[in-house]
Design a protein around this ligand. Structure first.
Ligand SMILES: NC(=O)CC[C@H](N)C(=O)O
Length: 196
């Protein structure tokens, strides 16, 4: 595969920034809103935003089951912040009717860093990302409370897990698309290129 096509789920959230970051990491990037738009994608990004709204809109747009199928299809998916929440198998501090696409055997706590500090930035060492720490932008960010055996922890901040990979699914609590540093997107594009 030379140039992979990667969708950015465009129900809600910071879609444009991901499109820019993916293009900078040599992918063909496009927003997706409808189930039929998933068919010819090689990978998908689920952006940050508000997971309760994203969950509601996924139901309204008939995207919930197609996106669950997409994750199960083995094509790579990368969730940032609210997107991390959407790829979690289980949530804490979620709304009772909140749905996720699942894909990572982990429990994610919504707004986990929020109580101490609504938003902050910090250097984060992330496994698989060469060239030193990434600049982590955390905005009402979740953390990963616990992971199952198949999930690999890629980064911790302040003792909490903030980046995880399980097979085809990558998730970060923070927003690399807001930093102008495209290394995490390049890592994901590489996952897409090498996916079988
Ligand atoms: N920056 C973000 O994506 C915030 C996530 C938001 N707190 C949620 O629960 O969905």
């Amino acid at each position: 595969m030379t140039t992979p096509t990667i969708g950015v789920l465009a129900l809600q959230g910071d879609v444009r920034e991901h499109l820019v970051a993916l293009a900078a990491a040599d992918a063909l990037a496009r927003p997706v809103r409808r189930p039929e738009e998933l068919a010819d994608l090689d990978g998908l990004v689920v952006p940050g935003g508000e997971s309760t709204t994203m969950s509601k809109l996924a139901v309204v747009f008939g995207m919930l089951e197609p996106l669950r199928d997409f994750v199960r299809s083995g094509r790579p998916v990368y969730g940032t912040c609210a997107g991390m929440i959407m790829v979690a198998d289980k949530l804490l501090d979620a709304r009772a009717d909140q749905e996720t696409f699942g894909g990572v055997d982990m429990i994610v706590r919504r707004n986990a860093f929020g109580r101490q500090n609504e938003s902050f930035e910090a250097a984060v060492d992330m496994t698989g990302i060469p060239g030193g720490p990434v600049h982590g932008v955390f905005i009402r960010a979740p953390w990963v409370e616990s992971t199952g055996a198949a999930a690999e922890v890629l980064a911790r901040y302040d003792g909490h897990t903030v980046a995880v990979r399980q097979g085809n699914v990558l998730a970060t609590s923070f927003h690399p698309e807001l930093t102008g540093d495209h290394r995490v997107h390049a890592f994901f594009v590489d996952m897409v290129r090498t996916a079988v």
